[in-house]
Structure formats: structure tokens, C-alpha cells
Design a protein around this ligand. Structure first.
Ligand code: MLT
Length: 404
């Protein structure tokens, strides 16, 4: 008789955004007259930039001709895209990342879930609390997190690093030594950031204790302040202890198009074994590459026109972030984030739990957000709104929230 991976049975409930989606659908079905504004999941609303659309069209035409047709993509991704990434995202920032350290994928969500494949199951995982649920759930699926303790809302083998108002929503170095440290800056869900010297402390710590940092920089394009690092490889020694995850979803609106990449430096080793080789082996075996047309579209993002057009999109969302931040402040909420990130993190009013506030906001303002507790126990009493809606809906949502 076959057996299943019983780790899946330990997972509480469904994936956060599936739960929210179900709840909103139920509400919408029962209240067909209501116009619901969705500021929950961080999904973009602007159409793809014209330069991206052009690249897609011409790549589709290439696929229709024998001379230019492409089959399987090269294992690590097309060189034209990896070179653009190296030049724009790393060389420009003084980071000596090379083309064979960049692995093109179908997005940072898959990579953040899959990266655990190359690590031992005995590794102790440290995460920020609150945290993007994929880091925890994927480690739980592979059996690295122990058991879920319902009362605490925590896994018993995971090191939680609380990110609270007292710590400016940034983690402190953990007391217990971890083997794998997940960091995400600008942060999802709190929208917080840390400075380069602060990130350097994490790199120094990881090098000292022999830990690996899995650094999710999916929201890098939203950084507006000078002292915030755009990549962990701006820090000295990071190439020997850090893997970086990047996405085209938030900087160029590829949530429905799917494209991302992971950087695994060759200097990152464990007992003489190169993690770059392990990830290459994993990538080659379990992944057949992002489609040519999508990689062409990704390369268009790095052209001069592409940079201009996508930066305009980011600015549009950041204007929404400002509207949300100021709107909530004016309504008396305690608010953070939204300056270097498209997420605004607010304290729920009147001691409401995160889910109580979710229901309250849905019923009274027909606005959907994300309950902070869905991201971990330290998120209880908090709520996340995303700036990825349209300008009109964002304004309307704030007017509604201010009037309840
Ligand atoms: C979020 O809302 O946290 C993100 O959209 C999730 C994701 O990027 O997968």
C-alpha cells in the first residue's frame, strides 16, 4: 500500500490567499449588489508595459518560423536575459555576480518553495514573524518544521524572529543558532526595510555561525530610500552565505506571465560542495525553463524604454501606497510600511483580531485586505493592505474606510 507525505497533514488550514479568496467569493455571492475593492493579495492591476507587449509579439512571431523557432530553453535560462540581469541588477550595484550564478525560473514563489530541495532536513530554519507563508509551508511539507502547535500558532522546530513595532518590524539576531535564515526586504507583509549596515550584520552573523541566508528581494524595485540595499550582494561576504530570489512580478507586472530568477553564487559552499552545482542539478532535472517568449519579454524590461515604462508603473503603485498610508493616518490608524514597499501594515483598531478586522472591513467598507495573523503569530492585531489596486479603487477604498 502506498503512503503519502504525511507532512502535508500537519499543515493547518489552506494557503492564506486561498482562504481569503474563498471567504471573499462567499461574501460576493451573498451580496451581489456590493462593489468589492480587493487590496488583499499583492497582485498587480496595470497592464504589461508597451515595450513588454512588443517583445512578446515579436517573440511569438519568431516561434512561428522554422528559422527562429525555439524548443527547450537552455537549462539556466537564455544568456541574453541572464546577461541583462547581471549588468543591471548586480554590476551596477557593485556586486560581482556572474552569468552562471543566475538561474531563470517561473517566479520567486516557486523558487522560494523549491530551494529547500538542496538542503538537509535536519537544518534548523529561522523566519521572520510575520512572514510570507511560502517559506514556512514549503519547509513544513518537506518535514523540516516539526509539529504545528495550534495554541501558539507556531511550528515547534522553527526559530521565529518577531518583527514588531518595538523592533521597527525588523528581526533581531536569534538567540538559538539557525542553519537556514529566510529574510525578505523590502518586507512582505510589513513593508519594512533594513539599512545596508543592518543587513551586513546578518551576513556577518551567517558567516560566523555557518548559516545560509535565503534572501527574497522581490520588492527591490520599490526602494525609495538611499540607505536601503537593493541586493544582499552589496554586503561584504554575502556571496559566501546567501542565495537571492528575485521576481518580475512586482517590478514589471509579470504576476500572470511568470518570470523570476535565483542567484546562487559559486562561492557558496557547504563542506566543499558547491550549492550552485546542486541547484543546477535540481534545476536541470525538475524544470524545463521559462518560455522563450517570456524570457524575451523579461529582457525588454531591461532596455532603456523598458526601465522607463516599468518605473512609471512602480511610481503609480507607490502613489497608491501614499494614498493608503496618509488616508489611514488621517482616519486615526497606526500605520507603517508603504515607503520602500507596496504594502501598508496597520494596527487593527479597538483590539480587534486580524480576522475580526478582515470581516469588519469587508462588511462595512467592502474592502478586502489580508489579516496579519495569517502571516504568523506576531501579525495578530495587524492588517495588510496592498498598493497594487487601481488609483481610483485605492482612493475609493480610503474614502470608505474613513467613513466607517
Ligand atoms: C502576497 O500578496 O503576499 C503576494 O502576492 C504573494 C506572492 O507574491 O506570491
Amino acid at each position: 500500500m502506498f503512503q503519502i507525505n504525511e507532512n502535508y497533514l500537519k499543515l493547518p488550514g489552506s494557503y492564506l490567499f486561498s482562504t481569503i479568496g474563498k471567504k471573499v467569493k462567499e461574501y460576493a455571492n451573498a451580496h451581489k449588489d456590493k462593489e468589492i475593492i480587493r487590496l488583499g493579495i499583492g497582485d498587480v492591476t496595470l497592464p504589461l508595459a508597451p515595450v513588454v507587449i512588443q517583445a512578446l509579439h515579436s517573440a511569438v512571431d519568431e516561434m512561428g518560423k522554422a528559422e527562429t523557432f525555439k524548443g527547450y530553453a537552455p537549462e539556466l535560462g537564455y544568456e541574453f536575459l541572464r546577461q541583462a540581469i547581471v549588468d543591471h541588477d548586480y554590476k551596477k550595484r557593485g556586486a560581482a555576480i556572474e552569468i552562471d550564478e543566475v538561474f531563470i525560473s517561473d517566479g520567486a514563489k516557486s523558487d522560494s518553495g523549491n530551494i529547500g530541495d538542496i538542503f538537509g532536513l535536519e537544518n534548523k530554519v529561522a523566519v521572520c514573524d510575520p512572514v510570507y507563508p511560502v517559506y514556512i509551508d514549503s519547509n513544513a511539507m518537506s518535514g523540516r518544521t516539526g509539529n504545528y502547535v495550534e495554541a501558539a500558532g507556531k511550528w515547534d522546530k522553527v526559530i521565529y524572529m518577531p518583527c514588531t513595532a518595538e523592533t521597527n518590524f525588523a528581526p533581531e539576531l536569534p538567540k538559538e543558532t539557525p542553519d537556514m535564515i529566510y529574510l525578505c526586504f523590502p518586507n512582505n507583509p510589513t513593508g519594512s526595510t533594513i539599512t545596508k549596515p543592518e543587513l551586513q550584520k546578518w551576513v556577518d552573523y551567517a558567516l560566523k555561525v555557518g548559516a545560509v541566508i535565503i534572501y527574497d528581494a522581490a520588492y527591490e524595485a520599490y526602494i525609495s530610500e538611499d540607505n536601503v540595499p537593493h541586493t544582499i550582494y552589496e554586503c561584504k561576504g554575502a556571496e559566501a552565505c546567501a542565495i537571492e530570489l528575485r521576481s518580475f512580478s512586482k517590478n514589471a507586472g509579470f504576476t500572470g506571465t511568470r518570470l523570476g530568477f535565483t542567484v546562487v553564487p559559486k562561492a557558496l559552499t557547504c563542506n566543499g560542495v558547491s550549492l550552485n552545482s546542486l541547484w543546477a542539478r535540481r534545476h536541470g532535472t525538475k524544470f524545463n525553463g521559462a518560455p522563450y517568449i517570456i524570457q524575451k519579454a523579461g529582457a525588454a524590461v531591461y532596455t532603456e524604454e523598458g526601465q522607463k515604462q516599468t518605473k512609471e508603473q512602480v511610481a503609480y503603485y507607490m502613489n497608491n501606497a501614499k494614498i493608503i498610508y496618509n488616508g489611514l493616518k488621517a482616519a486615526g490608524y497606526s500605520v507603517s510600511g508603504g515607503v520602500n514597499a507596496p504594502y501598508i501594515w496597520l494596527r487593527t483598531p479597538g483590539k480587534m483580531t486580524s480576522w475580526e478586522f478582515f470581516d469588519f472591513l469587508l462588511e462595512k467598507a467592502n474592502v478586502v485586505g489580508t489579516p496579519g495573523s495569517g502571516f504568523g503569530p506576531s501579525g495578530e492585531g495587524y492588517f495588510r493592505l496592498t498598493a497594487f489596486g487601481s488609483y481610483e479603487n485605492t482612493k475609493k477604498a480610503m474614502e470608505r474606510i474613513q467613513s466607517i
